[in-house]
Design a protein around this ligand. Structure first.
Ligand SMILES: [Zn+2]
Length: 460
């Protein structure tokens, strides 16, 4: 298990991380794989243990007035010297459901207690007070604010700051298919960020390697550097920055057989950018793959006599990503997937164009154009999104019609469970105080990352 705070107390009732993969028939293989992964992490002495971020420093020109409790920031918080004990009042989504009450945060940045009276889910937004949801967790982030993770340097920090404004409290920096020298250059600075965190930035939990071990037939917007899995390359990259998630195409020769070795080495394998069949998908799940990368996009579609990779996911997956920007997947297909995949969770697949005006940007080595809310290659292929997680929440609730509690879990809790992080993605005693405070129109009012308040003024 790759908990980012080994040895710390998990939140009460939060240890229900469920394994992915086929629901029936493959459980023992999956559990064995998960056991190997945990074993590996223990043997490795949890080398990627991270250090808690400091609270946002208000002297850096990013401060904002107002707190969810309506009072001025306390002295320590203004100075940014250390987190402070704080109480937030409002309608709070707990693992047991909504309550009207108080969430107390300790000086260690963790939730001390959540108290209140239960509220019926159907009246979730029937309140004048703030809504407090678990901070969003986005496992597929290429960029924002004009910056791309593949740039290296301080790109990941700037990307994490922009997404924090929109309620994202933790994310995976996501690479493109690329030559090794480009991957090395992009991972090295993320390793440092994952170890120490930064004020006002979403916690970078590690990397999602989207390729290069994918299908050259299903590149989507990925450049033509696809190749078979190399465990040596992965170990070299993992030493630079923790690889939490790895997208591969199982039908590429050698990849299916490599999955058990990848899992045994501690890598969480996800199926994506694949021209594989339904059978390839089922076999990959049986061998230890656990999720699907942006379900429906860049994979073989479902036909009733040839169910393809989408069919494998709908029939067997416990977890999968989906991009709810309403451009990548039709709302009806999102609803269908939610009925089939219990822990379907949302990602943005966001690019440098996120939070920026229409114009020309880069996605890895490729030029892309942002226009009418979409990001595309010159040939019109969708190339990631400009989605932010707060907009994803509004899309799920206001357009697709999900209940607020269900939508919130698909933006946070399920992703935390998928990464086996019991102390994130839920507002419960012992968990990190990663909180997004929203008004009844689901606009972000305040974001707390490990108890520290974050400026959201630019997001409004
Ligand atoms: Zn992507």
């Amino acid at each position: 298990m790759r908990s980012d705070r080994p040895g710390r107390r998990p939140p009460a009732g939060a240890g229900d991380a469920r394994a992915g993969g086929p629901r029936a028939g493959h459980r023992s293989a999956r559990q064995a794989a998960a056991g190997r992964q945990r074993q590996h992490r223990r043997a490795a002495g949890a080398p990627h243990a991270s250090v808690r971020a400091q609270p946002h420093r208000r002297g850096q020109g990013r401060g904002r007035g107002g707190r969810a409790d309506g009072r001025a920031p306390r002295r320590q918080e203004r100075d940014g010297s250390r987190p402070v004990t704080r109480s937030l009042k409002g309608r709070i989504l707990t693992p047991a459901g909504l309550v009207d009450g108080t969430l107390r945060i300790g000086s260690n940045g963790r939730i001390e207690a959540v108290e209140g009276t239960p509220v019926a889910p159907e009246s979730a937004r029937d309140t004048a007070g703030p809504l407090l949801l678990p901070g969003f967790i986005d496992l597929h982030v290429h960029g924002a604010a004009g910056r791309d993770i593949m740039e290296g340097g301080d790109a990941a920090l700037q990307v994490a700051r922009k997404h924090a404004e929109h309620g994202t409290t933790a994310l995976l920096a996501t690479t493109m298919t690329a030559p090794m020298e480009d991957l090395r250059a992009s991972l090295a600075p993320v390793g440092a960020l994952a170890r120490k965190g930064e004020p006002g930035a979403a916690r970078v939990l590690g990397m999602h390697l989207e390729g290069p071990y994918i299908s050259s037939e299903k590149l989507g917007a990925q450049p033509p550097y696809a190749r078979p899995v190399s465990l040596d390359e992965l170990k070299e990259l993992d030493a630079l920055a923790p690889i939490r998630l790895l997208t591969i195409a199982p039908e590429v020769p050698g990849n299916l057989d490599a999955i058990p070795r990848l899992v045994a080495a501690g890598f969480r394998v996800q199926i994506g950018h694949t021209a594989g069949t339904y059978e390839d998908g089922v076999q990959a799940l049986q061998r230890g793959a656990r999720g699907f990368t942006h379900l429906f996009n860049a994979m073989t579609p479902l036909h009733h006599r040839m169910p393809g990779m989408v069919g494998a996911a709908l029939a067997h997956a416990q977890y999968a990503e989906i991009i709810p920007d309403l451009l990548h997947v039709h709302p009806g297909a999102i609803r269908a997937a939610m009925r089939s995949i219990p822990c379907l969770y949302c990602v943005t697949d966001s690019t440098a164009a996120t939070g920026m005006p229409d114009g020309e940007y880069r996605l890895g080595r490729q030029p892309v154009t942002k226009c009418l809310g979409g990001v595309r290659l010159a040939d019109g292929t969708l190339a990631g999104s400009t989605l932010t997680m707060d907009r994803a929440l509004r899309n799920l609730v206001d357009v697709i019609g999900l209940a607020l509690d269900d939508a919130a879990r698909r933006l946070s809790t399920h992703a935390a469970d998928f990464l086996e992080l019991p102390d994130r993605g839920r507002l419960a005693a012992g968990a990190w105080a990663d909180v997004v405070v929203l008004d009844r129109d689901l606009r972000v009012q305040e974001v707390l990352i490990e108890g520290g308040s974050t400026d959201v003024a630019h997001a409004r």
